[in-house]
Ligand binder design. Sequence first.
Ligand code: 3HC
Length: 295
Amino acid sequence: MSQVRSIAVIGAGTMGSGIALTAATATAAGSRGGIKVFQIDVSAEQLQRARTYHEKTLKRNVEKSRMTQAQAEEAMALVSYHSDLAEAADADWAVEAVMEDIDLKKAVFGKMQATFRPDVVLATNTSSISITELAAAVGADAPRVVGMHFFNPVPVMKLVEVIKGRQTSEETTRRTIELAKLMGKSPVPANDRPGFVSNRVLMPLINEAFYAWAEGVAEPRHIDEIMTLGCNFPMGPLRLADYIGLDVCVMILNVMREGFGNDKYAPCPKLVELVEQGRLGDKSGSGVYEYPPRS
Ligand code: 3HC
């Protein structure tokens, strides 16, 4: 299989719905024909949320003259919504973006292996789970397992960190880079070490911002202002932590702490305390900052 004409995106949460939209939008009205996207989720509610997000974002793109009405309609027509993976069995590519739970992801990989043709790449959008460990769930098919680490918000962020597991084949890596480019992204390869590159560098920075707050060096908004105005960050590290999810930050830091056996990655107690209080960031309405309820 050389050309990818359709992809299955398993999981319709923030990342999965963003990946689906990006694939459809980038290839709509292209000379080679658009990529058909199967958006899969076991939850009908989640699928409906994804569809609404797709419609809203495309409408906004037309209003902002980023695309024509015809392109938006073509992009929308490329996406279909399914609760049953078997309905996507003809897809040429599979990428999962389900919750960051290793057992769940392994189970999904088992289903992907059983559903798709043997030449289909089995990709995972994970922020921290070992690609090599996930690949072990599909035994002899490990060479076609790869990490496609997208960044939130997926339609905006250019990077796809392409993570090579220990057994990922060169062919799989090459094809992943090719597909990410087709999706309008800038793929960059990295090896399968805890946190890969992005989170290994980003998370200690976020953690340090929590220590600066906890030690009274400055209040949160000043820490963020210092980093936005002084380092040109689009969001300060504490605002970004809320945006990512404070629970996700804790989880990634713990993966690195355990993976490297190094306490320098231990999450700051202030960060852990907020998570224990249920203050998870934007998604829970409060974190470092307070957020108005989502419409
Ligand atoms: N979907 C689609 N488009 C979106 C979007 C979304 N969820 N969120 C924002 N946008 C687009 C909008 O189209 C908007 O443009 P428009 O007003 O012309 O339509 C444009 O982005 C700018 O958005 P806003 O005006 O709402 O706000 P900002 O200018 O502050 O930009 C931001 C928002 C793009 C999120 C910017 O603040 C930013 O780049 N922040 C940093 C994000 C970041 O670092 N992400 C990576 C997180 S780490 C990660 O994901 C890895 C994981 O493993 C932890």
